[in-house]
Write a protein that binds this ligand. Structure first.
Ligand code: ATP
Ligand code: MG
Length: 330
């Protein structure tokens, strides 16, 4: 590791705000009807930005590369990330596009999401400053399927980062096209950790059983590699999480018991927690347990970022829940 690697994680991806409309019955009524709702809240949205905030909250030194528009939403997310200590100095401002945004209607039990893409798909890996990448220990890409501009070039970008000694991870989230490919296999071969949820793992691998799906993804990622290939860490919501790499056992951890206010971004907070532990040298079970606690604690407030835990909060939860988040292998 070279002395100038002062960044723990460089995040590349989308950044946009979420407008959260919260009410027991948040369903709008057409016909120009005005309904009153409990609250409307503006916060940091987008998988990549929520991940970055979670990692920074856990004490990691994080920089973000992406694109916003020259507008109030763009300035809001940049200021929010800056306020959390994230280096956004190389985020590009594109005056030709509006910053993307989501409106989330949530009842607590269910939610509906309306998204305007704007800058969300605009991040281009060819524009990542070489000097920024050179400072990073680890590179993370969120929301692979939304990265329309440079998705086809991401695997080669990851491979070149790994060739320089930078570890890599990615999360696809849902594929809005329903194709469930888009080069994910090439990404697996160029990654150290992949973070699907159960549905995504099944759909990408084409295997119905989630443990077998994880094993299949690990085998694909290990093709042509001598280092054992990537860890596949699969998020299972209230069921916790599991992980494996090619040739190793599947390791499971239970969820930390929670009474969620809002599960938005729990997966991204899990990713941040897993990587905090993994980059510190924790084993697979320890990394999974740390991620699962971060995911559960992040559900304590509306939106993705407001309840993300500090390391002290994770330590306290791990201590007081020795019965929970136990692991098992098979
Ligand atoms: N209801 C819950 N109770 C306890 N823990 C939870 C709950 N929901 C999520 N978690 C924790 O957070 C982790 C990630 O959540 P989830 O499985 O929902 O990820 P995801 O589907 O990728 O989410 P996202 O909506 O952010 O993409 C889970 O593995 C689990 O450890
Ligand atoms: Mg997810």
């Amino acid at each position: 590791m070279t002395a100038e690697r002062d960044l723990d994680i460089l995040v590349i991806g989308e950044l946009n705000p979420d407008v959260i409309v919260s009410d027991p019955d948040p369903v709008p009524a057409f016909g120009e009807v005005e309904r009153l709702v409990g609250s409307i809240h503006l916060t940091v949205g987008s998988s990549s930005a929520i991940f970055a905030c979670g990692a920074a909250r856990l004490g990691l030194n994080v920089a973000f590369f992406g694109v916003v528009g020259d507008d109030a939403f763009g300035r809001f997310v940049l200021e929010a990330l800056r306020g959390r200590g994230i280096d956004v100095s190389t985020v590009l401002v594109d005056p030709r596009l509006p910053t993307g945004a989501s409106v989330i209607l949530t009842s607590g039990r269910d939610r509906a999401i309306l998204t305007a893409l704007g800058t969300i798909a605009a991040m281009d890996v060819d524009l990542v400053p070489a000097a920024l990448l050179a400072r990073a220990r680890h590179l993370h890409s969120g929301c692979f399927y939304m990265q329309e501009t440079s998705r086809s070039r991401l695997p080669a970008f990851f491979a070149s980062a790994r060739a320089r000694g930078i570890t890599t991870s990615f999360d696809t989230n849902w594929d809005p096209t329903g194709a469930w490919d888009g080069g994910v296999r090439d990404m697996l071969r160029a990654s150290d950790v992949f973070f699907p949820n159960a549905a995504e793992a099944r759909l990408i691998s084409g295997v119905a059983d989630v443990e077998e799906a994880a094993r299949a993804l690990a085998r694909i990622g290990a093709e042509g590699r001598t280092d054992g290939g990537p860890v596949i860490a699969v998020k299972l919501g209230a069921e916790g999480a599991l992980a494996c790499s090619a040739g190793g056992p599947v390791i499971r951890v239970q969820a930390l018991p929670a009474d969620p206010v809002d599960t938005t971004g729990a997966g991204d907070s899990f990713n941040a927690g897993f990587l905090r532990a993994w980059l510190d040298g924790a084993d697979l079970a320890g990394s999974l347990r740390y991620g699962a606690v971060c995911g559960a604690l992040s559900t304590r407030a509306l939106g993705g970022v407001d309840a993300q835990p500090t390391r002290d909060e994770v330590a306290a939860a791990l201590t007081s829940n020795t019965g929970a988040a136990t692991d098992g292998t098979d």
